[in-house]
Design a protein around this ligand. Structure first.
Ligand SMILES: [Cu+2]
Length: 98
């Protein structure tokens, strides 16, 4: 019985460590112009500006964190999103109004 409790504690600690590692991942702000929206593939093709320390300026397709955002984004929109080291996905995509 005691042994099982110890195992459970270790599992909880491992999960906590995992969460911490993700919080510490470096984040960057990506800005660019949408060139294509693909709801089926759940991707946005973005002509993005250079992101210092992350990527040069280019046009490329990105997955998005939430597929619903694709419904409110149109070709030609300027967007801002958060990206993380080693992860080519757009998080918290926002359409820029100016
Ligand atoms: Cu790129």
């Amino acid at each position: 019985m005691k042994r099982r409790r110890v195992l459970r504690t270790w599992a909880a600690l491992a999960l906590a460590a995992c969460g911490l590692a993700q919080d510490k991942k470096k984040s960057y702000t990506l800005r660019g112009k949408v060139e294509a929206v693909d709801e089926k593939a759940r991707t946005l093709t973005v002509n993005h500006e250079k992101v210092e320390g992350w990527m040069e300026a280019m046009t490329m397709a990105f997955e998005v964190d939430k597929p619903e955002v694709l419904k409110k984004i149109k070709v030609g929109d300027r967007i801002k999103a958060t990206v993380y080291d080693g992860d080519f996905k757009l998080y918290d995509v926002e359409v820029q109004t100016k």
